[in-house]
Design a protein around this ligand. Structure first.
Ligand code: TXA
Ligand code: MG
Length: 343
C-alpha cells in the first residue's frame, strides 16, 4: 500500500489534542501510527484488530513468529490483558509503570494470536511518554507496537529515523523529538518463579531486585524470547567491537581502524567521551557518551549507528562499556548489531 507519510510535530509538554484525535482515528480504523515512547519510537496498531496488526508485520518485514508488545494507558488495564495478576506483579507495576519495563504474562483469551505469535503469553507495557499515553487514552484500545524500524535494523529514536525506514509505508508519524532512554524496555517473564529477564533494557536488574528478590539475570546465550535474534539492531556498515580498557582499548581501536583503512574501507570510530582526545583528528570519531553516565551512551547508540550509515561508512569500530547497570543492555545491543549471521 502506498500512502504519503505525514509527520506532525508535538510538544510533549503541551500536547495538541486535535493531533492526538487524528492519530487515534487512524488506529481505530485499522491503520498504523508511529509514536514516541520514552525508549524508542513504536509502530502502533489496534492490538484487538488482527488485520491492523497484520499490517505491522508487512510494513516492517517482520517474521510472524516474533511477537509484539501491547501498550496500555494505565496499570489497571493489565488485568484485562492477563489471566492472572498476583501481588508481586502488582508490586512491579507500582514501582516501574509508567516506564521501560515490559511484563510477559499469561494472555487473556481475547488477544489475537497474531499479536503473540500463537504463544499462550503476552508482553505488556505502560509507556512513560506523554504522547504515547495521550494516544492510548484517546484511542481507548490497547496498542500493539514494535520498534518502528525495518526488521533487523537499529531502533528509531527520532521521527527522522522512522522516516528513513518507513517513509510512505505508514500514514502518520507523531514527532516529539528524540526519545529519553534510547534503548528498548527490559522484558521480564513473570509467568513463573523465579522471574526471568528475557531482554535487558531501560530498567536494570538491580532496580528490579530491589522490588522482587528472586529475579534471574539475562542469559545472552539462551533464546528464551522468540524475537531475540543473534543479529539485530544492525547498521548497514559492518560493526566491529574493540574490547579492553583504557589505553589497551584505544590501541586496539586504532589498530583495527588502521588495518581496515589500509584495505581501502571508509572507517568510523564510536568512542567514549573519556577517550575522545586519544584519536586527535586522524579518524572520523563520534562520541556516544561517557563511561561515568551510561544513560548518555544508551541515548546516542542507535543515532550514531544511523549517522555512520548516512555517511556511507563501511566499517564502524566501536568501543565497549562495562556490563553493569544499563551497560548490560548497551552491550547486548552492540553485540547483536555486530553479529554477522542471524543463527
Ligand atoms: O521499548 C520497547 O519495548 C519498544 C517500545 C516501542 O515500546 N518496543 C519494542 O518492541 O522494543 P519490539 O517488537 O522491537 O521488541 C519486542 C520483543 C520481541 O522481539 C520479543 O522478543 C518480545 O518482545 N516478546 C513479545 N512478546 C513476547 C512473549 N509473549 N514472550 C516472550 N517475548 C516476547
Ligand atoms: Mg525491535
Amino acid at each position: 500500500m502506498v500512502v504519503k507519510t505525514k509527520v506532525i510535530k508535538l510538544n510533549p509538554l503541551d500536547i495538541d489534542q486535535e493531533v492526538i484525535n487524528q492519530a487515534a482515528t487512524i488506529i481505530k480504523k485499522g491503520g498504523l501510527v508511529a509514536f514516541p515512547t520514552e525508549t524508542v519510537y513504536g509502530l502502533g496498531a489496534d492490538a484487538l484488530n488482527p488485520k491492523a496488526v497484520e499490517k505491522i508485520f508487512e510494513v516492517k518485514k517482520r517474521p510472524h513468529y516474533d511477537p509484539l508488545i501491547v501498550h496500555i494507558p494505565t496499570p489497571e488495564c493489565l488485568s484485562e490483558m492477563a489471566r492472572e495478576v498476583n501481588k508481586v506483579i502488582l508490586d512491579l507495576t507500582a514501582a516501574f509503570w509508567p516506564g521501560p519495563l515490559t511484563l510477559v504474562v499469561k494472555k487473556a483469551q481475547h488477544i489475537p494470536d497474531v499479536v503473540t505469535a500463537n504463544l499462550d503469553t503476552v508482553a505488556i507495557r505502560m509507556p512513560a511518554h506523554p504522547v504515547a499515553l495521550a494516544l492510548l487514552k484517546t484511542a481507548a484500545t490497547p496498542i500493539a507496537a514494535p520498534s518502528a524500524n525495518l526488521f533487523g535494523r537499529a531502533s528509531p529514536v527520532s521521527a527522522e529515523h522512522v522516516l528513513q525506514d518507513l517513509q510512505d509505508k505508514i500514514e502518520l508519524i507523531l514527532d516529539a523529538g528524540k526519545t529519553d532512554v534510547g534503548v528498548e524496555s527490559t522484558i521480564l517473564d513473570v509467568t513463573q518463579r523465579p522471574f526471568r529477564i528475557l531482554r535487558p533494557g531501560g530498567i536494570t536488574i538491580e532496580a528490579l531486585r530491589a522490588v522482587v528478590a528472586d529475579i534471574v539475570s539475562y542469559q545472552g546465550n539462551q533464546v528464551l524470547s522468540p524475537g531475540m535474534f543473534k543479529r539485530h539492531y544492525s547498521p548497514k556498515a559492518r560493526l566491529v567491537l574493540a574490547y579492553g580498557r583504557g589505553l589497551s582499548e584505544v590501541e586496539s581501536v586504532k589498530h583495527l581502524a588502521s588495518e581496515f583503512a589500509k584495505q581501502g574501507y571508509l572507517v568510523g570510530i564510536m568512542a567514549k567521551e573519556e577517550n575522545r582526545h586519544c584519536y586527535n583528528g586522524s579518524f572520523n570519531v563520534k562520541v556516544f557518551g561517557s563511561e561515568k553516565d551510561l544513560s548518555s551512551c544508551a541515548v546516542n547508540l542507535y543515532s550514531i549507528l544511523r549517522e555512520f550509515d548516512k555517511e556511507n561508512t563501511q566499517i564502524i569500530i566501536a568501543e565497549t562499556v562495562k556490563e553493569e547497570g544499563l551497560g548490560v543492555a548497551i552491550m547486548d545491543r552492540l553485540r547483536r548489531a555486530a553479529a554477522r549471521t542471524s543463527e
